[in-house]
Each structure stands twice: as structure tokens, then as C-alpha cells.
Design a protein around this ligand. Sequence first.
Ligand SMILES: [Fe+2]
Length: 255
Amino acid sequence: MENIRTVIPNEFVDPHTHILPGMDDGAKTPNDSVKLLNMLKREGVTTVVLTPHFDCIRGSLESFVRRRRRALEELKQAMGPQGGLCLLTGCELYMDAPVDPFLDITPLCFEGTRNLLVELPWSKKWSAAMIENIYQLSCNQNIRPILAHCERYPAVQRDPRLAYAAVEAGCRLQVNIASLLDKGRKKLILRLLDQGLISFLASDCHDPVVRPPMWPAGLQALTEAVGPGPAAQLLQNGGGLLPHNGSERAHEVPF
Ligand SMILES: [Fe+2]
């Protein structure tokens, strides 16, 4: 059995979480948020990107940013003075339609960077226009898109070539660590990994009971399947998503 401690880097980033209280279908209360952060900390995570869902076609960016700021304050108050965990703000942007090219979406990016987590539709077939929207984001707004949990979309499960199309459009692909525990999703992930299409791992955790982080079990499954080298590389890639000057713009919070 592989020892996953050898694959965990000093800077262990979870770039996709739904921890901010009351923002979306993730943590409902500050108490649940604190439980999730404690779980991530026990699993070895050192930096958490807070990525609540946002859809700029159906909601106002200003009001999202205001709500996110309030939720972060609420979370900090609930945490109290223990240990150290770095928190960065971001979002998971639903991309069903083009983003207004005149809208400044940098507040949606991972704090202090141009990295943006994007989500494509679940129920619909992906169209060429959807992939084009992502390409426009990277070209026109100098954004570096990351496609959330690419292995979970029925469209990709039916036709894995869509993952390649997303990469060609400028996306880096993220997979959920818990998907390594599902036989069908794991098979797809291994296929995409073999083709060099996966860049990042994340927990996409929502709550402490139904959708908890699952890093150790997922990393164990991954390491057994591909060996410690590739697993360690995927985790190290996460460090590249942080602002160049590290803590300068990060919320270093007592936790
Ligand atoms: Fe998510």
C-alpha cells in the first residue's frame, strides 16, 4: 500500500470548495464551515480557495462580492484563535453564456491572480459556443480558466474528446478527489491523466457529512493507480494557482 504522506507537498492547496456559510448549496452555517476547515486541516491542506457558485447572467457581481465578504467575516468570527490556514476568495463561475466583455471579472478570480474556476452546464450537450466562451475569456480578458470537475459532466463521460477541446480552448482541467473512489469516474480520470489533460485536484467539499473533503482516501486510490510521482505532481500544480507574492493578498486567518 502506498503511503500518501510522501505525495503531499508543503504547500497543499485545495482550489475548489463550498465552505463559505450560506452562499450556495455548500455549508449552511458557520459551524459547518468550521467543521469543514478543521477536516481539511487534519487532511494536510494548508491553503483553501473559497469558491461559491456564481452565475453572472442571473446575478449581480457586486452583490455576490458583498455577500462573499460578509460570509468570510462571519466565518472568521466563528473560527476563533487556533492554528494557521490560509484562505483565499474565488468563485465557481457558471458559463452557460458569454461573459460581458466589459464586465471586470477579476473579483471572481482566485484572489490576487487571473485564475478563474468555471463550470459548464450539466444537463445540456456542450456546444462549440460554450467552448468558444471560455476561449474568449482567456483571450479577451487575460483570464486563466480552470474547468471544474471535468470527469463529472455527462457530456465528457459520453465523449472524452470534449475534455481535449476544453484544453485546446485554454482551460486547465480539475478533477474531484472523491471521484477516484467511483469506478466509472476513476476510469475516465485515468484515461484523461494518461493523455496529460488533468492539471489539478480539488475536494469540491460542500458539507461535513454528505460531501466532505475525502483527500486521504482519494489520494490513496490515485497513488495506487498511477504511483506517487504523478499524484505528487498534481498536488504541486495547485501551488501554482497562488498569488506570486503569496501572503501579501491572502487572508492569513487565525485557525
Ligand atoms: Fe463546486
